[in-house]
Design a binder for this molecule. Sequence first.
Ligand code: SF4
Ligand code: SF4
Ligand code: SF4
Length: 199
Amino acid sequence: MRKLALSRREFIAGLGAGGGTLLLYALMGGTGSTEALLRPPGAQDENAFLARCLRCQACVRACLTACLEPAPVEFGASKLWTPRFVPRLAKCEFELCDRACAKACPVNALQDIPVDRIKLGIAQIDKPKCLAWEQGLLCLVCQECCTYLAITQDRKSRPHVDANKCVGCGACENICIADSAAIRVLSLSSASSPPGSTS
Ligand code: SF4
Ligand code: SF4
Ligand code: SF4
C-alpha cells in the first residue's frame, strides 16, 4: 500500500510538472505552428472570436459529428483550448445538425448564421501526395463524396477544386485515401486559391 500511495504522489507530481511545462510553453507562444486554425461555423472574425470564447468546450461536446477538438498548445497561448475544426476527425454536417455547436455556445462566440453564408475554408490539393496527380491512379474518392460538386476532374482523371463552390465541409479531407490527406481544408486566410479560382 505504501508503495502504491507513493506512486500516486509521484504520478500527481508528474502531472503537475507536465502541466506546468505545457503552460510555460503556451505562455511563450507555442511556436510550433503558424497555420490559421479552422473554426466551427459562425466564428466570424478571428480576433473577435478569441476575445469572446470562454474555452469552455461546450461546442466541442455538442458537436454531432465530433469534428471539433480543443486547440493544442502548439498553436500558442491565445488559441489554447479554443475549438478547432479537424476534418480528418469528421466532416462538418452544418446543413443537418442544426448548428449544435453555435446553439451550445453560452456567450455567442459562435453565431448561428444562415447555412448559405457558411464557408469554413477552402479545400486544396497537395499534388505530390495525391494518388491521381502523382501516380496517375484512378482515385477521385474526394470528388465522389463532395455534395457541393466543388471537385472536377481533368482529362487525366485528376481532381481540381472550385474555390467558389467549396464550403470547406471537410468531407474530401476526411475520406482521402492518401496516408496523410492529399486534400486539405485551409482557412480562408491561409488558402492560396481564393474564391473565384480553380486549383
Ligand atoms: S455545425 Fe454541426 S457538425 Fe459542424 S462543428 Fe457545429 S455541431 Fe459540429
Ligand atoms: S471541403 Fe471538399 S467535400 Fe467539402 S465542399 Fe469543399 S471540395 Fe467539396
Ligand atoms: S481522394 Fe485523395 S488521393 Fe484520391 S484523388 Fe482525391 S485527393 Fe487524390
